[in-house]
Design a protein around this ligand. Sequence first.
Ligand code: KG4
Ligand code: ZN
Length: 347
Amino acid sequence: MKINILAIESSCDETAASVCCNGQILSNVIASQKIHELYGGVVPELASRAHMQNIVPVVDAALKQAKCNMADIDAIAFTQAPGLIGALLVGAQFAKSLSLSLGKPLIAVHHMQAHVLANLINEPKPSFPFLCLTVSGGHTQIVLCKSPLEMEVIGQTIDDAAGEAFDKTAKILGLPYPGGPLIDKYAQQGNPKAYSFPEPNIPGLDFSFSGLKTSILYFLQNAGTSNVYKEEFSTTPDERKIFIDNNLADICASVQHRIVTILLNKLSKASNETGIKDICIAGGVSANSGLRSELEIRGKANGWNVFIPSFEYCTDNAAMIAIAGYYKYLANEFSDISVASTARAES
Ligand code: KG4
Ligand code: ZN
């Protein structure tokens, strides 16, 4: 029997739709909203408006790419949380309207759970239980996955997310939003050992990135001579700009190296504590080339089986919502039309 899921994702600044058939992705369409680049970050109201404009053509394109029509769809999955309320509402109301008008079941999906399940899209797949380092613009978590729908967050950030650390560093360096991919690009030409940034001493499996951001700020204000706060900065804004321009690749490589080692050191700790050696990554920051290559190296050293989603399934997409929807369909986890369109989600 064929089970076709149509999935809709609209939690932030990507309007996305996907169709999957028995867990195989047939289409994955994403309309990225460029407008936010002008403002240095996502503007919620503009995101909602862009979702309104994009959602019909994006869903149409996903159906066409999958060579299906609405009659072939068995259930409609949508991102319920977490995300920007207005942005989520557009996708949720669209999904509910489709469900109601077509008489197809509705499936509410948790965006972070879907990021983790992106690891079940392609072969080879991890075996349960596995650990997943989920690193995005709003979250940094180590998740223990016991089955597709049974997940436990065993570590998380106590302040900024890893993606925020990338984006805020980029902002300090004068790079446009979103800065993560640009830091990644410049880092590829730089020396990761050129500058040293501190690793926070946070107990257990939790993370902290706010201190790193501050230390980078002081480092630049002192033109690389120190990352300690001084009452008077030793440089003028012009001198700082020249320092950044002359050392951009080394600064990006050194910051990226620190973020990646903070993430991987906690992942090693989690693997040692749980004895789990099937290790995955997920979320926008899992597209980072430094994280991907360092994870492979550490995996070999520790005897891990490492799983890394392909790039298209790392940053926000609807294929991951479709795969999560498929597992929920198999588990009969449907939502009533009156389900909350968005939910407050702490994790
Ligand atoms: O998962 P995602 O697309 O959206 C959220 O759910 O937040 O993650 C977006 C985050 C942004 O902070 C972005 O800068 C970061 O992922 N990101 C990267 C890279 N690509 C995206 N960070 C570092 N290196 C990259 N290549
Ligand atoms: Zn995301």
